[in-house]
Design a protein around this ligand. Structure first.
Ligand SMILES: [Zn+2]
Length: 93
């Protein structure tokens, strides 16, 4: 899912990052718009955290919708917090 580097975006600008086609972990990717840059390793770590958060948020939304109007199911707990991810992925879950 995240091995297609075309889908990796700058978290601030939502612009596709520029980097090598077949990157090594230490290869630097950068945002052509704001210049934010990091190693491929760190970029991927950020993207993975973003996807995990996105998945959790979607799951929570689904549960809240399912529980709406139901006296049996009650969704408690805090909403998933929106993290601050320097790099994100262009994904639709
Ligand atoms: Zn940027």
């Amino acid at each position: 899912m995240v091995d297609n580097t075309k889908s990796v975006l700058c978290g601030a600008c939502r612009v596709a990052l520029k980097g090598p086609a077949n990157p090594d972990p230490q290869d630097v990717f950068s945002c052509p718009s704001c210049g934010r840059a990091d190693s491929f390793d760190n970029v991927m770590a950020s993207v993975k955290a973003f996807i995990v958060e996105l998945t959790e948020r979607r799951l929570e939304e689904t549960m809240r919708k399912a529980a709406r109007g139901s006296k049996v199911i009650k969704v408690t707990g805090k909403p998933v917090q929106k993290g601050n991810h320097p790099f994100i992925a262009d994904v639709e879950l």
